[in-house]
Design a protein around this ligand. Structure first.
Ligand SMILES: NC(=O)c1ccc[n+]([C@@H]2O[C@H](COP(=O)([O-])OP(=O)(O)OC[C@H]3O[C@@H](n4cnc5c(N)ncnc54)[C@H](OP(=O)(O)O)[C@@H]3O)[C@@H](O)[C@H]2O)c1
Length: 312
């Protein structure tokens, strides 16, 4: 799809990833329309219908979602399942009815089965049940892949599906009760350093591994896929670098300037033990490779936090 002059609705355009996608699409010459819940509540099917009728998009990038770290997933599995499934379900159906040319749906690494061999290959997505701490969220997202593939088969609708790994970067959610691991660590180390506290306690035992992708890289992958990929198969979007939570904590503490002890609360869940995506499909199908170097991305995120959140 040549994006020049195209109108692209970005659901979740007011959120972390969505805002980067809006800027990325602008740079590609498109007219992106980024919306949050207050503009069109995607849990209300009539609002979706109205959005598509009044904006007449050529393409829709569906990034809206109800997301958070392990804490939120454990407290509100029902809401996470319902809202992620319902938003996508009705949006895809309304896109079909109104004849949107192309739809891109954001999936997630949380959809992979808990016992998947590492690195996770797209073909292993259906080999088991997801890790219990995020299964309702991960399965709701998986259902949207089923819907996208079924609609392609029956109606010829061009819907593509990307599965990003854990994202981080400036603009992330730094709320300790709902945010992901990197912003939570940045906030905890920052607050301990400022208060002169000599130890910080983190969830789990530090041994699980994760892969992180800078949000600007993720937005570039979404733009490239919109331009160059028209297939049915889901595609991983990652950085190809695996890091233990313990090493991550030491890296973040170093950048923040916290030199106290890092304690682990092993009563709290670790989540899935290893997480890393196999990323060759994205490179082969639409030429995407991550570019932001991890330590630089963390430094940039810490700086953003200290300027925009930490001092408030
Ligand atoms: N962050 C990650 O590490 C990560 C990793 C893999 C996949 N993903 C996927 O990427 C997507 C974006 O994640 P994010 O971190 O950018 O999330 P986010 O910052 O929490 O943003 C969520 C967006 O969805 C919108 N939204 C929520 N409920 C809505 C509703 N009922 N109707 C309309 N809009 C609604 C929000 O609008 P308001 O601003 O109005 O609330 C916001 O714009 C999600 O689909 C998620 O599954 C994220």
């Amino acid at each position: 799809m040549n994006l020049s002059g195209k109108t692209v609705v970005v659901t979740g355009g007011t959120g972390f990833l969505g805002a980067y996608i809006v800027r990325e699409l602008e740079r590609a010459g498109a007219t992106p329309l980024g919306f949050g819940r207050s503009a069109y509540d995607l849990l209300d099917r009539a609002a979706i219908e109205q959005m598509l009728a009044s904006r007449s998009p050529d393409a829709v990038v569906h990034v809206a979602g109800t997301v958070g770290g392990i804490g939120l997933n454990q407290r509100e599995p029902g809401r996470l399942f319902y809202e992620n499934a319902a938003m996508g379900l009705h949006l895809l159906e309304e896109c079909r009815i109104s004849g949107v040319e192309k739809v891109l749906v954001a999936g997630t690494v949380c959809s992979y089965p808990s016992e998947t061999r590492t690195p996770f290959r797209e073909d292993d997505l259906w080999t088991g049940y997801p890790e219990e701490t995020n299964a309702p969220y991960g399965l709701a997202k998986r259902m949207l892949l089923v819907q996208a593939q079924a609609y392609r088969e029956q109606y010829g609708m061009n819907t593509i599906y990307l599965m990003p790994v854990n994202l981080y970067g400036p603009g992330d959610n730094f709320d300790l009760s709902s945010g992901h691991v990197i912003p939570a660590m940045i906030r905890k180390f920052h607050e301990a350093r400022n208060a002169g506290i000599h130890s910080v306690t983190l969830w789990g035992d530090g041994s699980p591994t994760r892969e992180f992708l800078h949000v600007a890289d993720a937005a570039r992958a979404f733009r490239m896929a919109l331009e160059r990929y028209d297939g049915a198969e889901p595609v991983n979007v990652g950085s190809g670098r695996e890091i233990s939570i313990g090493d991550l904590a030491r890296t973040v503490a170093g950048v923040v300037g916290f030199d106290g002890a890092i304690d682990w609360d092993a009563e709290r869940p670790n989540g899935q033990m290893r997480r890393m995506l196999e990323t060759s499909r994205a490179k082969e199908l639409f030429g995407f490779q991550a570019e932001v170097e991890f330590e630089r991305g963390i430094a940039e995120t810490v700086k953003w936090f200290e300027t925009n959140v930490g001092s408030s």
